[in-house]
Design a protein around this ligand. Structure first.
Ligand SMILES: *Cc1c(COP(=O)(O)O)cnc(C)c1O
Ligand SMILES: [Zn+2]
Length: 401
């Protein structure tokens, strides 16, 4: 077998499965590969003549036949060195990974290219996702290209342009009176009746694997030596978890030189469960009230596996920082002046990086990569119009009847 599933907590193995990523012990399952077999064809040399998309790492993606892949050209995004800024700062090197260059304008494209490919391989026809925006528009685009029906559920205060983008790609788009987990409940409640394949964060095996390619790519683009610090705006956490899995696999494949990076999560004040739990320790406690941060990809009060996020941060020797809306605004302007269009999340990474400098957490020898996960334009103020707003699955059904 080329790949199966394994629990990150207890190590139990299971055959590959399209749904059911929770282990009996409460841990999250992830895809495990036959790395001995992978290593026979995935080599530094073989990569030199491969496609310039994330599918260059096909052996490390959970698709059996390349004939099934659904690709719009995602991945292999530029890694830009910020020379002028670097010279003014007490560190060795500074880069921005330009994930806003992906199809649909965010790194979410990677996850959905993989998830929809896997789903297509298993004969899925209808897909649904709960999202703060970018996951929904990415799903809409990939499902559209694959000829599947897409149902997306977004908090009603999500960026209007992103909701409009979902409709543009032909998705059944619905706004939800609540947060991303309330939107998820609608899919949970209606899944069986509607025949939806739930592609929410960590609900299926594809998305985290697609996001993993950010880590694979970073290693390859830097000559197989990772930076010492990665700063990542964190919401559901699959980007962080995926990248960490990538590093483990590259290490076992013998492709990496040097140490693994310290991973840093950034969230916006007003919804910072990762920071709170890093400080508190013990079992992960989600945020159940008082959420006041802006509607971005970082606003996930109840991450599906917060424990795993915290474990990755700790294991890597990393940390988590919260930044204010004002710091995000300033960072966005700062990045703009450096020629980079950044979404609030990408700007938060920059703002978090400044905090790390302030705290003297960074070392003069550090080489830092910031992830600019999306671009500014998607967040231009605009009201989503003429879209239904619902609170529950029952209400959604009534509105559709
Ligand atoms: C989803 C999203 C995030 C959060 O990523 P996770 O991997 O879910 O933690 C960050 N930035 C943007 C632009 C996003 O769309
Ligand atoms: Zn387990």
């Amino acid at each position: 077998m080329r790949f199966g599933l394994v629990c990150g907590t207890c190590g139990k193995q299971k055959p590959f499965d399209l749904q059911g990523m929770k282990c009996g012990c409460g841990g999250t399952l992830s895809v495990e590969y036959d790395l001995e077999r992978v290593g026979r064809t995935l080599t530094k040399e073989s990569l030199q003549s491969r496609v310039t998309s994330m599918w260059r790492y096909e052996e490390l993606l959970p698709v059996t036949s390349m004939a099934h892949i659904v690709t719009l050209g995602e991945g292999w995004t530029p890694l830009i060195r910020l020379y002028p800024l670097e010279r003014q700062l007490p560190l060795r090197k500074l880069w921005v990974k330009r994930e806003e260059q992906n199809p649909t304008g965010s790194f979410k494209a990677r996850g959905f290219s993989a998830a929809i490919s896997v789903a297509r391989e298993h004969g899925v026809r209808k897909v649904a996702v709960n999202s703060n925006g970018n996951a929904a528009s990415a799903l809409a685009a990939y499902a559209g290209y694959a000829g599947m029906e897409a149902y997306v559920f977004l908090p009603k205060d999500c960026p209007g342009l992103i909701a409009a983008e979902c409709s543009l790609y032909g998705a059944f788009t619905c706004l939800v009176d609540g947060f991303i987990h309330d939107a998820g409940r609608i899919i949970q409640d209606g899944g069986r009746e509607q025949g939806w394949h739930h592609v929410g964060t960590l609900k299926e095996p594809g998305r985290a694997e697609g996001k993993k390619t950010m880590g694979l790519e970073l290693a390859e683009q830097l000559g197989w030596k990772l930076p010492s610090v990665i700063v990542y705006p964190t919401g559901g956490g699959s980007g962080l978890i995926g990248m960490w899995n990538a590093f483990m696999q590259l290490k076992r494949l013998g492709l990496l030189m040097g140490d693994l990076p310290r991973m840093v999560s950034v969230q916006e004040q007003g919804c910072q469960p990762v920071i709170d739990n890093m400080e508190r320790g013990g079992p992960f406690v989600p945020i159940t009230s008082g959420v006041s941060s802006n509607p971005t990809g970082m606003r996930v009060p109840e991450p599906p596996d917060g424990e795993l996020i915290v474990r990755v941060l700790r294991e890597s020797g990393g940390t988590a920082v919260a930044v204010s809306p004002e710091e995000i605004r300033c960072a966005q302007a700062e990045m703009g002046k450096s020629g980079i269009s950044s979404s609030p999340e990408g700007a938060a990474a920059w703002a978090g990086f400044l905090r790390l400098l302030d705290r003297n957490w960074l070392r003069p020898s550090d080489e830092v990569v910031l992830f600019n996960t999306s671009h500014a334009m998607k967040y231009t103020p605009s009201q989503p119009d003429r879209l239904p707003v619902v609170k529950t699955y029952e209400e959604w059904k009534r509105r559709r009847a």
